[in-house]
Design a protein around this ligand. Structure first.
Ligand code: BGC
Length: 366
């Protein structure tokens, strides 16, 4: 009798453990914008690896930078029974249909890196986007020693990102606001006259689009030998187009200061070669870890944002006043801290464990 009881008890325990394990296999839908821009490949890979290792079932999609496709991809994840959606939006204002479906099904949504303009967003996880632009502006301020211009005038041009991406305006404003005092005082001049976000924006952050606009500006305003001192590019995919244009179409012989963001491999090579001057690095492996921790807390039904942000091993601010999805509807946000990388501190990237330096001095992804 005692043996039988023990057997029953053992069976109950095994069954209990089985159902617990089964119940723990929550489904996570990860929707990334495109594989054509380097960073999203890394994001997708890191996010999937984090969630898989933590025992979740994951589905990862890339929507080829097509909004309709992303709506479909998200709808399919909802039908699949996703318990949580992690979305980096192609068009922050284009996902209402899918977001409404998620809300109806009671599925929480983490807006990943890019905010979505819909109140169904539960949390926003990103880097401090405005600061990214500020770092680019400050870099140019220091490199040209604008504080001590002493009557000198420097020429600058701007290239921003995709207007459909909520981040793009933040990056642009961060850089522009930082340099505005010098534009106002005449220390900095934009010879093309293109200083509005819509004029300098680049649809889909496309390299060829940035290249064509840069060629046009160089041909129209700098072909007579006018010196260009700096080109503030808000990210690496656009900087790649601008540096190409500078190589083929710039008449001057000075090294133009070019900014970027992301630490894309080709851009890091350009930094080694002196064609690009800096990149603002955002460790997306850390972004994935923070996302996993927020997701876990969310799925367990208890998120204390302040406490959670403090518990991370990486610096991350919990912010409830900077981002909103509709007037007055603020999105609780976890914002990581970006870092400036130049030729002089490329080893910082090697130190992250995500890059290795080849014998030729160029960095490769690990
Ligand atoms: C990201 C940047 C990236 C850009 C283009 C933005 O939303 O924050 O890191 O360079 O998209 O992919």
């Amino acid at each position: 009798m005692k043996k039988l009881l023990l057997l029953v008890l053992a069976l109950v325990m095994v069954f209990g453990a089985y159902t617990a394990a089964f119940a723990a296999a929550k489904k996570i839908g990860i929707s990334m914008p495109t594989q054509s821009l380097e960073r999203w490949n890394r994001d997708g890979q890191y996010l999937k690896a984090q969630f898989d290792a933590a025992g979740y079932e994951t589905q990862l999609t890339y929507s080829d930078n097509k909004n309709d496709q992303q709506v479909n991809d998200i709808d399919n994840m909802i039908s699949w029974g996703a318990d949580l959606l992690i979305i980096a939006a192609i068009d922050g204002d284009g996902l209402n249909t899918a977001m409404n479906h998620a809300a109806e099904a009671g599925i929480p949504v983490i807006a990943y890196d890019r905010l979505i303009g819909n109140d169904a967003v539960t949390y926003y996880i990103s880097f401090d986007n405005y600061t990214v632009g500020v770092l680019q502006g400050k870099f140019i301020e220091a490199a040209l020693d604008l504080k001590n211009a002493k009557g000198k005038v420097f020429n600058i041009e701007f290239t921003a990102g995709d207007p459909a991406d909520n981040n793009a305006g933040y990056f642009f404003r961060g850089g522009f606001d930082t340099l505005k005092p010098y534009l106002d005082s005449g220390v900095l001049k934009v010879i093309s006259g293109q200083t509005e976000f819509q004029q300098v924006a680049t649809a889909q952050w496309n390299t060829d689009t940035a290249l064509a606009r840069a060629q046009n500006i160089l041909g129209s305003y700098y072909a007579d030998g006018t010196i260009l001192h700096a080109w503030l590019c808000n990210n690496d995919s656009t900087a790649a187009g601008v540096t190409q244009a500078l190589e083929s179409d710039y008449a001057g012989s000075n090294a133009v200061i070019v900014t970027g963001q992301d630490g894309d491999i080709a851009n890091l090579a350009n930094i080694v070669d002196g064609k690009q001057t800096m990149t603002v690095y955002k460790n997306v492996a850390n972004e994935a870890v923070v996302t996993l921790e927020v997701a876990k807390a969310l799925l367990n039904g208890k998120v204390n944002g302040e406490e959670l942000a403090k518990s991370f091993s990486v610096e991350c601010a919990y912010d409830t006043t900077s981002y909103f999805t509709s007037p007055g509807h603020y999105t609780p946000s976890f914002l990581l801290v970006p870092t400036v990388v130049t030729k002089d501190n490329l080893d910082y990237l090697v130190g992250t464990g995500l890059y290795i330096k080849g014998e030729d001095g160029y960095l490769k992804a690990k």
